[in-house]
Design a protein around this ligand. Structure first.
Ligand code: TA6
Length: 304
């Protein structure tokens, strides 16, 4: 999307009547609204960042903080941040941004289209630059493909544009709205091996469904399982499928960590949980020159 285009010109080129419209949250901060017959989604060009996904007549499935920032260089708090080329703190340089740099810069809107005359799809792109190469030397291109049908599908296509293989960790760091964190459980990771990020130490094994009564920051490894959020308060199950991912990160900051985040309301932890399709820890991926890796997550809600 050429930054020289006016908003009207952008909508002429990329808008799709009744299915995709582009507006500005603030000047120069474009947001796409995608509309299918059964749901609405919004995506910011900044970060290639899915902000919302709401089935018609339902509570929003994705969560956004009321205190999120919407400015270049700052990650939006909520939705689906794109984590690349490293997950978490940089392995050796604490001066580098946590969770890499893909989520804190503007992506280019590459194209939009309608599938079967009713399902909108938008493609965003990000490529290496002088600045990214100061943080991470490899040449790459990323494409984020957002497809809205009854479910929301988000694909991160990572291509090695360099002459040498590179290794990265990555995630689609999805935040979900829940009726109350103490009243839900997450199924699907039973018997999976995990790393407790809060305590470190040896891997443990998940016994039974995941419930919450304190901060949780856990990387489940070597698993491609679908997760389900069982939410009696919203009378629904949210399904979180994934592919191209062998790690699933589960996170709720609880009270103390919420209070330490300026873009996160002190009591907002009660209404959210993260289930992140990732390749983290020893599930890091190595991509050869000219090869691609696709990390994707598909999300839908069903009444219970
Ligand atoms: O995915 C869990 C996590 O790595 C937590 O440790 C927490 O830091 C969260 O990501 C959010 O990180 P951020 O850099 O967005 O504040």
């Amino acid at each position: 999307m050429e930054t020289t285009l006016t908003l009207d010109e952008i909508n002429i080129r990329y808008g799709l009547q009744n299915h995709i419209v582009i507006e500005e949250k603030t000047p120069g901060f474009p947001i796409l609204t995608l509309q299918s017959p059964s749901a609405t989604a919004t995506v910011a060009a900044h970060g290639g960042h899915v902000l919302s996904y709401t089935p018609n007549g339902e509570e929003p499935v994705l969560w956004l903080s009321s205190l999120s920032h919407y400015r270049e260089g700052k990650a939006i708090r909520g939705g689906i941040p794109v984590i690349f080329p490293w997950f978490g703190p940089h392995a050796s340089d604490s001066g580098k941004p946590s969770h890499g740099f893909a989520r804190t810069r503007f992506w280019t809107l590459h194209s939009t289209r309608l599938i079967n005359g009713e399902f909108p799809q938008a493609r965003f792109q990000l490529t290496d630059s002088e600045l990214t190469r100061t943080l991470w030397p490899s040449r790459f291109s990323l494409e984020l493909v957002v497809t809205l049908k009854e479910s929301l599908k988000v694909e991160l296509i990572i291509k090695n544009e360099d002459t040498e293989p590179f290794t990265c960790t990555c995630a689609l760091h999805s935040y979900f709205t829940v009726s109350h964190i103490s009243n839900i459980e997450i199924q699907g990771l039973e018997k999976a091996s995990y790393i407790d990020q809060l305590t470190g130490g040896p891997h443990k094994v998940q016994e039974g469904p995941i419930t919450f009564d304190a901060e949780k920051d856990t990387i489940y490894v070597d698993t491609a399982a679908t997760c389900k959020i069982i939410d009696p308060g919203f009378k629904r199950t949210v399904f979180v499928e994934k592919s191209g991912s062998l790690s699933t990160v589960i996170w709720n900051p609880w009270i103390d960590k919420s209070a330490r985040m300026s873009d996160f309301g002190d009591d907002e932890y009660t209404g959210m949980v993260c289930i992140e399709a990732a390749n983290a820890s020893h599930n890091a991926i190595t991509i050869s020159p000219s090869q691609t890796h696709i990390l994707s997550t598909s999300i839908r809600a069903e009444a219970i």
